[in-house]
Design a protein around this ligand. Sequence first.
Ligand code: A2P
Length: 276
Amino acid sequence: MTLQAARTPACAGGPQDSLTAVPDGCFAETVTEIEHYTDGLFRFRMTRPASFRFRSGEFVMIGLPGERPMYRAYSIASPNWDDKLEFYSIKVPGGPLTERLRHVQPGDVIWMRRKPTGTLVIDALVPGKRLWMFATGTGIAPFASIIRDPESYEKFDRLILVQGCRRIDELAYAASLAAQTVDDPLVGEMASGRLQLITATTREPSAITGRLTTRLADGRIETAAGSRLDAESDRAMICGSMAMLNDMRDLLRQRGFVEGSNARPASFVIEKAFVG
Ligand code: A2P
């Protein structure tokens, strides 16, 4: 089914068709672009409401119009200066939202709740020299926002983005993201020579084979970065599955890192990668 663009005023509600009446507290936005990377991964962009503000790294709830809309938390992958909103998604087989979302086309409408939130924000970290971002799978999405935000380069000398996936083809989004960022007219110059992407795969061999946790513990990731991950000078963000968060959190704590929050900034922050 192709959903028709419903440019009703955001949150207008009212006696409209149940497929197009925008629920209270939601924006109705239009898909502008969609790109599929593998059978299981895709990215889409949509219009951004003029009044919508967020901090790079935050997430929002999005859903598709329908009689019983299903909302899921999605990290915003675009930076806060972008006039579009970008999201990076897994296709969950049988998933109530992603099985429909994977078929969206430019012109389709997506509902988005008005309030962004999240802890993967620079405000939740105390100042440091290097920012390490550890992601598995679609956990890279909030970092796609952060590495394209000039403020990240004002606050840190270096940004080190580390992504772990099962297979090499799942790293395509990260590779194009890093290439685009260093070419970007706004942040390219700042990012050049200061943004580093390190990738690892677990189910086929690549430059670094193994889980991020294993390769952090044995020093392979630090060797690739050319720097030690040091609680005194470095800050870290983690986004992945619950198991990955728990294991990474233990590793960072062993190295003297302290978990922070918006209310109490410290040396690392975590967030679950939501869909999948
Ligand atoms: P593995 O292939 O060994 O399970 P998924 O697609 O299941 O979300 O996994 C994404 C990546 O995260 C995979 O490479 C997976 O490795 C890895 N992973 C899963 N659990 C952990 C964990 N506890 N710590 C680090 N990496 C993990």
